[in-house]
Design a protein around this ligand. Structure first.
Ligand SMILES: NC(=O)c1ccc[n+]([C@@H]2O[C@H](COP(=O)([O-])OP(=O)(O)OC[C@H]3O[C@@H](n4cnc5c(N)ncnc54)[C@H](O)[C@@H]3O)[C@@H](O)[C@H]2O)c1
Length: 251
């Protein structure tokens, strides 16, 4: 039997990178998927791809910074499929590197708003929907949520925050059968890192890959496999944890 047979899942940031790979894998494993993203064109294309492969999905345009969008996402998911079992709160942004003193309040707020408040906004509505019948929530943090990162204070702080939020909510909701865990990817070959807007040139990317004990970046699908495990009943006793998939960087 497929791992997510009869399950309904939300994936934020589902139009690209890790979210995209996870939405595809969830659908392949039998879940009906709400693909949520700010990018409508890529999100609709993603849903079409899932349908072409025989899966079930719909797209919802969401800016996770907006509480009303997150409420509408959960409402639309319940409207389409009648239940919510899994939520992968994954939408996130990087941020231009700079010394902390030069970061600027605007960029600080932008990164925290998407990466941390965005996860909070989604969780509030997902938890309300899951409290009666249980579920699994996975929040995307980062290895930068477990160590300091010179030049990326806001990003690192936001990801430390995601782990704190995950742990605190796990303490509250264990008794309701809602498991809540964080994914901590290392360096992943997604548009955030290797795309046109990447802050690294090819030489920088090569050096980054060589710095990893496994001598390469991760593929998004390698992160999705961990998310699938956390989403499925295979991880039935895992909650409040953070799961590192980093090719050995933190070792
Ligand atoms: N790529 C890496 O090396 C890496 C490493 C560790 C953690 N992460 C985290 O993984 C997550 C996914 O990143 P990715 O690498 O797949 O990047 P990506 O840029 O490929 O995908 C991010 C997606 O989030 C969407 N998004 C951005 N802001 C949004 C908002 N306000 N509301 C809704 N959607 C929004 C984008 O449109 C995009 O589709 C992020 O939280 C990121 O911080 C990435």
């Amino acid at each position: 039997m497929k791992l997510l047979h009869n399950k309904v899942a939300i994936v934020t940031g589902g139009a690209s990178g890790i979210g995209r790979a996870t939405a595809l894998l969830f659908a392949r494993e039998g879940a009906r998927v709400a693909v949520a993203d700010m990018s409508e064109t890529a999100g609709q294309a993603m849903v079409e791809e899932i349908r072409q492969a025989g899966g079930e999905a719909f797209f919802q345009r969401v800016d996770v910074r907006r509480d009303a969008d997150c409420a509408a996402l959960v409402e639309a998911t319940l409207g389409h499929y009648g239940q919510l079992d899994i939520a992968f709160n994954n939408a996130g942004i990087g941020g231009a590197p700079s010394l902390t003193q030069d970061q600027g309040l605007e960029q600080w707020r932008q990164v925290l708003d998407v990466n941390l408040t965005g996860v909070f906004n989604c969780m509030v509505h997902e938890l309300r929907a899951m409290k009666e019948r249980g579920g699994s929530i996975i929040n995307t943090a980062s290895i930068m949520g477990l160590q300091g990162t010179a030049g990326s204070a806001a990003y690192s702080a936001s990801k430390h925050g995601v782990i704190g939020l995950t742990r605190s909510a796990a303490l509250e909701y264990g008794k309701y059968g809602v498991r809540i865990n964080a994914l901590c990817p290392g360096f992943v070959a997604t548009p955030m890192l290797v795309g046109e807007t990447s802050l690294l040139d090819p030489k920088g990317l090569d050096a980054l890959a060589r710095s990893v004990p496994m001598r390469r970046l991760a593929e998004p699908a390698e992160q999705a496999e961990m998310v699938l495990w956390l989403a499925s009943d295979k991880s039935s006793y895992a909650t409040g944890g953070h799961f590192v998939v980093d090719g050995g960087v933190l070792a």
